[in-house]
Design a protein around this ligand. Structure first.
Ligand code: AP5
Ligand code: NA
Length: 345
């Protein structure tokens, strides 16, 4: 059972995207010069993908967007509405309504910025066997502006929160908003958490990532993301533990609270890196027949983690809940859950 936590204790910013998910043949990927496990931003040449999926491949529509996924999962585990507040930008259309409905059904307190003349963002989830390739068309999500956070009611929500979570994905949209939330967290000595999100963030958005990093108390990532960060920094070692140690040792605004890195590696143990120590947390392997898809596993991990972190639980409990949540959504399509949460501390 969860302890009761205060409403609005957690604030997240990200890209609200509707996932358009379908099983496709390999030549579909080839046609768009995509690889089996990509996570990319759509360019002009990718735009026909979305229509093609809907018309030719029995596409499913699922609520997506990395941060919104994590917060929905946190809400599910907490069983108490409106603990988490979400900011992001949508259009004024059917997709925005679907996203809002799903988020609110999960208990999330959404405060979308609405751009009337731009469609809501979508993410193509191209499934080939056990692989998934993501192509995000941010559309309205890309129009998020800092003045949304400066509206008095929204500013009050940010000021009122005690925990802040923003994805690396949001670095492609609005770094000033990230810096503002980070500065608020820093001034109030409250934890600020970020995610490396995808290799392309370290490859192409390192400057804004490095600007935010000094404020980051906890950084999440998977193997490929950590490797991409290390490569972009021209670090010599490819060892995940070494990468984690270097990551936590980078400049930090508040040195009294050393940075923590949490690196997931699929069904291999989660690494918790604090200063010179690396702890491992085993993952319960799922049988092949139990796996529906691993989409959203990383997001669900963060959601499970946050659900405990906002209750002030130990990192050990937070990570075990992260693994529980990821394991659950792997048994469901996309980043969705079914039934009641069954996490026991
Ligand atoms: P997607 O990349 O599918 O989800 P994810 O949450 O990143 O999950 P992955 O499957 O990639 O997991 P991971 O590699 O991060 O973690 P790991 O394998 O280490 O992305 C989905 C969402 O991204 C979509 O909804 C989309 O909208 C959004 N998105 C895309 N582009 C975006 C953009 N530009 N902006 C915003 N949103 C965007 O695993 C993590 C944990 O899972 C492990 O620690 C473990 O607990 C568990 N786990 C993994 N594999 C197994 C296994 N085989 N057995 C048991 N447990 C497992
Ligand atoms: Na899933």
């Amino acid at each position: 059972m969860c302890d009761r936590v205060r409403e609005g204790i957690l604030v997240g910013c990200g890209n609200p995207l509707l996932d358009i998910s379908a099983v496709v043949p390999l030549n579909f990927l080839q046609k768009y010069s995509m690889n089996e496990d990509d996570a990319i931003l759509a360019e002009d040449r990718h735009m026909p993908i979305y229509g093609e999926l809907v018309e030719g491949y029995q596409a499913e529509f699922l609520a997506g967007g990395s941060v919104q996924n994590s917060l929905r999962i946190a809400q599910w585990i907490l069983r108490q509405p409106r603990v988490a507040v979400f900011f992001g930008c949508v259009g004024e259309d059917r997709y925005a309504n679907i996203l809002k409905e799903k988020a609110q059904a999960a208990g999330l307190d959404v405060h979308y910025q609405v751009k009337k003349d731009v469609p809501t963002g979508t993410c193509a989830v191209l499934i080939t066997g056990t692989h998934r390739s993501l192509c995000a068309n941010l559309a309205a999500a890309n129009n998020f502006t800092i003045d949304h956070l400066e509206e008095p009611s929204n500013k009050a929500l940010v000021d009122n929160a005690q925990y802040y979570y923003i994805s690396g994905f949001f670095l492609t949209v609005n770094p000033p908003s990230i810096m503002q939330v980070a500065a608020t967290a820093h001034a109030k000595q409250r934890p600020f958490l970020m995610n490396l999100s995808a290799p392309f963030i370290s490859q192409f958005y390192m400057a804004p990532l490095l600007a935010a990093l000094p404020y980051v108390d906890i950084i999440f990532g998977n193997e490929a993301e950590a490797q991409a960060f290390a490569e972009a920094q021209q670090w010599p070692s490819g060892d995940l533990r070494e990468i984690g140690k270097r990551l936590v040792a980078m400049e930090k605004k508040n040195p009294t609270r050393p940075r923590i890195a949490i690196l997931t590696q699929g069904c291999d143990p989660v690494l918790l890196i604090q200063q010179d120590s690396v702890q491992e947390f085993p993952v319960t392997k799922l049988a092949v027949h139990e796996i529906v898809d691993t989409n959203g596993a990383g997001d669900a991990f963060v959601g499970g983690f946050l659900s405990q972190f906002v209750q002030g639980k130990s990192l050990d409990v937070c990570i075990r809940c992260g693994n529980y949540a990821a394991g659950h959504i792997i048994k469901n399509p996309g980043c969705t859950y079914s039934g009641e949460p069954e996490f026991v501390e």
